[in-house]
Design a protein around this ligand. Structure first.
Ligand SMILES: Cc1cc2nc3c(=O)[nH]c(=O)nc-3n(C[C@H](O)[C@H](O)[C@H](O)COP(=O)(O)OP(=O)(O)OC[C@H]3O[C@@H](n4cnc5c(N)ncnc54)[C@H](O)[C@@H]3O)c2cc1C
Length: 378
């Protein structure tokens, strides 16, 4: 356990950079190939206290602001996108909403172990029949004794196979639309909870993307996070912060692809190759500025939903564009299985989809720009 924790975002970036170069970069190809992050690497993440970042010391976290989280996620993802996304999901869409919406008793019971990294967090919103359209959630809950009973299937849940606790969104009655949705903290050891499958993916391999089944899972009344019926608000507030996290991960992949490309061009220079490097640098710089701006606004307590959406949109596009140009620069070897350019392109391609697709970010932005009066805190 490191004795001196960094005091600011620059310090956390330096610590994460050193960590990534030492532990993550050398493991990245193996993580992709085996589709698994080694337990020893997760233990190192825990020891470095990255799993408690952004959470108050009062709850066994290590403090740190949105800029610190963003810097750490970028550096980890520069090494391996799967490692960055594991931490992003744990912090931004599981631990953070429990901090923001939980009572002291819930923080004591559920947040403390997450902040210590004793359990990994996950976020279960998407279902086989409900992705962008959250109103069509089919996972049902009802009151049962002194608690609740949940029944349904969650799809594409990251960290789902080894999570300690999952934030599960369920509806009391689908006819109620958004007003029927509530959020629950479900410990994965609860009877009736099971992992139906781990999905084999194009990219982000090593990140556990799972289908989860809840078959009459009984949870106590303190599993309800936020007021009953406020589940969508919990989800959307988590996703706004989460998008800065995912944008930071995309930025890390973009940076890794840029670094690879620059190395290749320096070794074998040509005017057309310089043009690709220049374009990639412009995309990378724009994405970085937007990610930093979103994190800065969050830290300042200013509305940041719009900035988070722009950052996620641009950073995930930049990652795909730069990784694709990286394959062009690498030439035929760039499409060979196992080549870093090939892996980075596969990893990059996932970012426009997770935590709200590009089209959904455009929808959010369109709404906020055209009807600002309806969305005053965006
Ligand atoms: C690797 C990975 C990890 C993930 N991790 C998680 C997780 O941890 N937790 C979780 O809950 N979910 C997770 N997801 C799910 C992800 O958030 C959804 O895939 C995403 O929200 C889209 O939902 P969908 O797949 O059902 O697609 P759909 O919503 O069916 O969308 C299909 C296509 O239609 C477009 N579209 C949909 N609605 C509109 C519209 N109104 N206007 C214009 N275009 C539209 C979309 O942009 C998309 O291109 C993950 C997904 C992936 C791939």
């Amino acid at each position: 356990m490191p004795r001196d924790l960094p005091a600011n975002a620059a310090g956390w970036r330096a610590a994460a950079r050193e960590f990534a170069d030492r532990w993550v970069v050398p493991a990245a190809a193996g993580i992709d190939q085996a589709d698994r992050i080694p337990d020893a690497l997760i233990a190192e993440l825990r020891d470095a206290r990255f799993l408690g970042l952004g959470l108050p010391r009062e709850w066994d976290g290590v403090g740190g602001d949105a800029r610190s989280i963003s810097a750490v996620l970028e550096e980890l993802s520069r090494g391996s996108a799967a490692v960055g996304v594991l931490v992003a999901v744990h912090l931004s869409v599981c631990a953070a909403p429990i901090l923001d919406w939980g009572t002291s008793a819930q923080r004591e019971k559920y947040l403390r172990p997450l902040a210590r990294g004793e359990g990994i967090g996950a976020f279960g919103l998407t279902e086989p029949g409900a992705g962008s359209d959250t109103a069509s959630l089919a996972t049902r809950y009802g009151r049962a004794g002194d608690g609740f009973r949940l029944r349904g299937t969650k799809m594409f849940t990251s960290n789902g196979a080894s999570a300690g606790a999952i934030l599960v969104f369920a509806t009391r009655d689908p006819a109620l639309g958004h007003a029927g949705i509530s959020a629950f903290i479900v410990p994965t050891g609860t009877p009736g909870f099971s992992v139906a499958q781990r999905l084999d993916k194009l990219g982000l391999r090593g990140s556990e993307t799972t289908e989860l089944v809840l078959e009459d899972v009984h949870v106590p009344s303190d599993a309800l996070l936020g007021p009953e019926g406020a589940g969508l608000k919990v989800a959307l507030s988590a996703l706004a912060g989460g998008r800065i996290g995912i944008a930071s991960c995309a930025l890390g992949v973009a940076q890794a692809a840029f670094d690879e490309m620059l190395r290749a061009v320096r070794a074998d220079d040509a005017p057309w190759r310089r043009t690709l490097v220049a374009r990639a640098f412009a995309d990378l710089s724009a994405a970085r500025a937007l990610v930093e701006r979103a994190a800065e606004r969050k830290d300042a307590g200013a509305p940041f939903v719009t900035e988070a959406s722009v950052a996620k949109l641009v950073a995930s596009r930049a990652a795909v564009a730069i990784a694709s140009a990286g394959v062009d620069v690498a030439g035929p070897t760039g499409v060979r299985r196992g080549d870093p350019a090939e892996r980075l392109l596969r990893d990059a391609r996932v970012f426009p989809i997770v935590e709200g697709t590009t089209e959904i970010q455009e929808l959010i932005l369109g709404r906020h720009l055209v009807e600002p009066a309806r969305f005053p805190n965006s």
